[in-house]
Each structure stands twice: as C-alpha cells, then as structure tokens.
Design a protein around this ligand. Structure first.
Ligand SMILES: Cc1cc2ncn([C@H]3O[C@H](COP(=O)(O)O)[C@@H](O)[C@H]3O)c2cc1C
Ligand SMILES: O=C(O)c1cccnc1
Length: 337
C-alpha cells in the first residue's frame, strides 16, 4: 500500500520532483535542428519536449503506454442526480472486461494496454450531503489502488473513470478546491434535464455547507466529497509523478480528481497534460483554473479516459516527428539565412 497514512499523501504532495533538465535542453536543441521552420509543428514540439523531460530521454517514445480506468459507486445518486441508474457502473465494468466499450476500441487504436479497476462497487460511498463520502481508511485504500496501477518503465499513463453520479462529486470537488458554488460547476453529465441540474446544484451547495468547517487539505476534500474512483485517479497521479511517468488526463471528472492536489501543491500535477476539453461546461473552467491547455476539443462527454486516449494518438505523432525527422545537416537542407 503506497498510501498507508495521511502523512504519506502529504509527503507525496510535498515531494520535490522535477523533469530532467538535460533531456529538455537536448530535446529543444534537436527541435531547432529538424527540417522545418522553428516552431512550425506548434504544440507537437512542446509535447515532445514535455515527454523528453518526464521520461528523461532526449528522444522520448511510447513503448509501454497504459490506460487505467477506475470505477466506483456514489451514495449521492439517491438524490436523482444522473440520467442513468447506478447499476450502469457495474454493467459498464463488465462491458470493459468484454471489450465492447468506447475505451476498449480507443485504447486499441492508440496502442495502449487497458487496466480496469472496480472499487467496491457493491459499497457505494456515503451521501456526502450529510457525511464524508469515505472513511479515512476507505480513501487511503482508493488512493493506493490507483497508485498500484503505475509502475516504473511506463512511458505514458492515460487516466479515466466510470461511476454513475460522479459529475456531481466532480462539481463538489471543484467548488471546495477552487471556489465558486454548485451553479459554477454543475452541468448535465449523462444528459439530465433542467430540473435535474437544479437538484445537482442544490446537492453540491448542501455538501459544501456541510463540510465547510473541515480542514481544506487535499485528502479531506477527496475523502469528503470525492469518490473511490476519483481518489484512485489522485493516487495514480501522485505515484506517476514519483516515477516520472507522464500522464494524460481525461474529462471533467478525471480533472476534478487533481483539483484538490493542484490547490494544495501546484507542482504535484506538473507531469500531467489535459488530453481534451469535454463538452461538460465545468471542464473548460476547470482546465483554465488548473493552467492546463487541452490537446483536443472534440465535443466528447463520455469519460472512461476516451478523450485522453484519442489525444494519445496526437502524442504519438508528436514523438514520431521528433524522433523520425532528419536534421538540416542530415538532409542537406539549408537553414534560415
Ligand atoms: C452507458 C454509460 C457509459 C458511460 N461511460 C462513462 N460514463 C460517464 O457518465 C457518468 C457520469 O455522469 P453522471 O454524473 O450524469 O452519472 C460516469 O460514469 C462517466 O464516466 C458513462 C455513462 C453511461 C450512462
Ligand atoms: O467530461 C467528461 O469526461 C464527462 C462528462 C459527462 C459525463 N461523463 C464524463
């Protein structure tokens, strides 16, 4: 168990871990020599340099890339905050295992392996309008389950989630970590109607009021208004940083998992890129607050790591250009004169 105590979480947040400055300098120097006008591959160049730094390689690669999808159930579904029943969480986990979900197809297309971790689906979190969603032990176990999906030698980690009701938890995490209230962060999720959105806003506002006096630490925010799959994403992000594995974040819920981390220690998500900006209205606001520029914006609003898996294809393209292009000297092309 990586996170046996709350002090372990605090230590991971406070750890000083930076990308490899020499690999960054070498990657930048190489970019300047490739047969193209400087900067003409735009963000592909920045992505290649980012991966060089975190992988510690002047010519980064994605040999071993993994998608980890975490699933959990939520007590707040009792307030009728999703367009779908909670049973869909376990049904979709079964679909992931049979290979029939969007993420199965997209992970395969991106050449990434897929790990699905179902977290106590038969024990939903507590209704966080009246109690913490999880006990300390439950939250530590979820953080550790996330950390366990990351190992040294991974070249890329793509994170995602499945959990009916979790856009409500995500909105509460954003409000508690970044400010604003229910109306700032709530959206339609799976497609709930206006009356449902009003119920979600009220649930988030009641949750924020109920937990207002609790410590504003990352752990307490994850434990009180998060969920198991959300805490697992936070644990995977912290472990990936320790192992210097670059991370692609997915949509609104996935990014909400790192909001408490970023609020406590902005550097704790320095190894993360936003794969996409989803259509859930809070996501663009959340990305702006986190200082993350999404790679893609395709009006996706699925979750399951689907948007980040599509973005992994862009990362592959960026690294292929960085590694495979000739330099001006090799190609005998004249430089800028
Ligand atoms: C069939 C199906 C597959 C999904 N895959 C991801 N989600 C997404 O929808 C859920 C969040 O929305 P809300 O808060 O409105 O419940 C999460 O499970 C998220 O991953 C799905 C939802 C459904 C119905
Ligand atoms: O932003 C997302 O990933 C998202 C939005 C709505 C529902 N499920 C996921």
């Amino acid at each position: 168990m990586t996170f046996a105590t709350i002090a372990d979480v605090e230590a991971a947040l406070a750890a000083s871990i930076a990308p490899d400055a020499e690999a960054i300098a070498q990657a930048r120097a190489r970019q300047a020599q490739l047969t193209k006008p400087p900067g003409s591959l735009g963000r592909l160049e920045e992505i290649a340099v980012f991966f060089a730094g975190w992988q510690g390689r002047a010519r980064p690669r994605i040999g071993r890339g993994r998608v980890a999808v975490f699933a959990g159930n939520h007590g707040i579904v009792a307030h009728n905050v999703s367009a779908f029943p909670a049973a869909v969480t376990a049904q979709m986990v079964a679909t992931f295992e049979h290979g029939g979900a969007a993420i199965n197809a997209l992970a395969r297309a991106a050449g990434l392996d897929l790990k699905v971790v179902a977290l106590d689906l038969d024990r939903p979190t507590a209704d966080f309008t009246t109690a913490p969603a999880m006990t300390e032990a439950e939250c530590l176990a979820a953080l550790s389950a996330g950390a366990a999906t990351v190992e040294a030698g991974l070249d890329l980690l793509v994170l995602g989630e499945m959990g009916i009701g979790n856009t409500t938890a995500a909105a509460a995490l954003c409000a508690r970590s970044l400010g604003g209230d229910g109306s700032t962060w709530v959206g339609p999720g799976t497609g709930i109607d206006d009356a449902g959105i009003a119920r979600k806003v009220a649930v988030v506002d009641r949750a924020i009021a109920h937990h207002a006096d609790a410590p504003m630490t990352a752990f307490e925010t994850l434990r009180r208004v998060g969920g198991r799959e959300i805490a697992a994403i936070a644990g995977a992000v912290l472990r990936a940083r320790e192992l210097r594995v670059p991370v692609l974040l997915d949509g609104f819920i996935c990014c909400s998992a790192v909001a408490p981390l970023a609020a406590a220690a902005p550097a704790s998500i320095a190894h993360c890129l936003a794969g996409h900006c989803s259509a859930e209205p809070g996501h663009a606001r959340l990305l702006a607050a986190l200082g993350l520029e999404p790679i893609l914006q395709l009006d996706m609003r699925l979750g399951e790591a689907s948007g980040a898996a599509v973005a992994a294809g862009v990362v592959r393209a960026a690294l292929a250009a960085h590694d495979g292009m000739a330099t001006f000297t090799e190609a005998g092309v004249s430089g800028a004169g």
